[in-house]
Design a protein around this ligand. Structure first.
Ligand code: GLA
Length: 371
């Protein structure tokens, strides 16, 4: 059943407004968006469909093909819920901050992204809600505003101290392209992927995490210690983006060791993003792959957000002939990996690497998407 058929079925009628927004895979630039860094995500074909039917009583209820029916909840004032309705309610609260009042509605949600899988199901839901509410009320907002609303909703109301990467690519990403996003200026550029030669394979490890479980916010806090330390010692530093290799060298033995590791990851990862973009433009697939490998090692050893299962899966994929590189993608602690390989290596990857990873991890990985 298509996304729009599923929305019709859930609502029991045609929606007044409907929208889709994709999930994403981040190619490189992990845990740097909230340090004003540069990131390179790409939208997936999978994502979230939503449909809206107005309600007369000013409340919001939601029905999902995955989680069933929840609500009704009052639209205002915003009150946390412990189910997926927190996302539309948060978006409504973000709109209200801009002076836009949203009347009551029933929201139908259908998605084909794993939740907690590292492919940004929450940003996809939030951006789909922003698009659908915009279409319903005729607000005439642009895509950058949809992204900003979704980001505000997630940070302020859902309570995840995230950067802007996921919402931006969900709102502005173009199919078949990576989106280079400068998180300091908000500037974006779409860069076509070399799909005739290279496959970007997203493999779900089968292990899960929830961003709301606190580990993501702990990462943000630990690296924030480093950024405040540097900012207090040298003019011109407002974020880890501004820290240089010589700043890092000078901090050794003075800055707390954990904070220093986090800072080193961020500084080196930002440099890897532009190295990756340069290699992409030059058609240097092997160089792109080795940058992904370096990113994974840094996330494992310096940022410490990998898991033994993700390391094993990356290792098995890496061992396949024709694979240029692989790394965990998204926040980490479980979820998905991204593999950069020759198109003719995909079959070997599925036939050889995935069963070996399953044997090692006791959980079956699966190919979630291929760009
Ligand atoms: C999550 C967050 C993003 C980003 C990544 C890690 O997906 O929502 O803002 O920080 O983790 O790169």
């Amino acid at each position: 059943m298509s996304g729009s058929d599923e929305i019709h079925r859930l609502l029991g009628r045609n929606p007044t407004a409907a929208a889709f927004a994709p999930g994403r895979v981040n190619l490189i630039g992990e845990h740097v968006d909230y340090h004003d860094g540069v990131v390179l995500p790409a939208p997936l074909e999978q994502g979230t469909w939503v449909g809206i039917a107005p309600r007369a009583d000013g409340s919001v209820d939601c029905v999902s093909s995955r989680f069933g029916r929840v609500g009704p909840h009052r639209v205002t004032p915003f009150a946390r819920t412990d189910d997926f309705s927190i996302y539309p309610l948060a978006l409504v609260a973000a709109l209200r901050e801009r002076g836009i009042d949203v009347p009551g509605f029933t929201l139908a949600v259908h998605g084909d992204l794993p939740i907690g899988g590292g492919v940004s199901s929450s940003a996809s839901l939030l951006v789909a809600c922003a698009r659908a509410i915009d279409a319903w009320l005729g607000l005439g907002l642009d895509a950058a505003t949809h992204a900003a609303l979704a980001h505000r909703a997630e940070r302020e109301y859902v309570g995840v101290a995230c950067g802007t990467m996921d919402q931006t690519v969900a709102a502005l990403g173009r199919a078949g392209c990576a989106l280079r996003l400068d998180c300091r200026t908000g500037a974006t550029e779409s860069i076509p992927l070399p799909r005739e030669r290279v496959a970007v394979v997203v493999v779900d490890s089968g292990t899960r995490r929830a961003l709301q479980d606190g580990r993501y916010n702990a990462c943000v806090a630990e690296s924030g210690v480093a950024s405040r330390w540097f900012a207090a010692r040298r003019g011109g530093i407002t974020a880890l983006r501004d820290v240089s290799a010589s700043d890092l060298a000078a901090a050794a033995g003075r800055l707390d060791a954990i904070a220093l590791r986090r800072a080193r990851h961020v500084v080196e990862e930002i440099a890897r993003v532009d190295a990756f973009v340069a290699a992409l433009r030059a058609g240097d697939d092997a160089r792109c792959g080795s940058l992904l490998d370096a990113s994974h090692a840094s996330l494992r050893d310096l940022y410490e957000v990998s898991t033994p299962q993700l390391d094993a899966l990356v290792g098995e994929c890496r061992a396949i002939d024709g694979v240029f590189g692989a790394r965990l993608t998204g926040a980490g602690f479980g979820g998905a990996i991204v593999v950069w390989c020759r198109r003719d290596a995909v079959e070997r990857l599925e036939r050889e690497a995935l069963p070996r990873a399953q044997q090692r991890n006791g959980i079956a990985p699966r190919v979630l998407a291929m760009l």
